[in-house]
Design a protein around this ligand. Structure first.
Ligand SMILES: [Cu+2]
Length: 71
């Protein structure tokens, strides 16, 4: 089963940020799709529940200095 979540990342400021987020998240095992948008600062991620959790994703984003705004 997959889960999709859309959240805002206030640190997105340019196309490079978008690229970094997409590249880093795509490298995580279990993530099936990532789309980040510069203008809206919204990121949509889809993942396999059996392989990765939201906590793992959130931790990675914090580690690379793009923490999600949602709780
Ligand atoms: Cu940037």
């Amino acid at each position: 089963m997959t889960t999709t979540r859309t959240f805002r990342v206030p640190n997105i400021s340019c196309a490079h940020c978008v690229h970094t987020i997409e590249r880093e998240l795509s490298a995580l095992k279990g993530i099936t799709s990532v789309h980040a948008d510069q203008a809206s600062q919204l990121v949509t991620v889809e993942w396999q529940e059996s392989q990765i959790t939201w906590e793992d994703i959130r931790a990675l984003l914090q580690e690379i200095n793009y923490p999600p705004e949602t709780a």
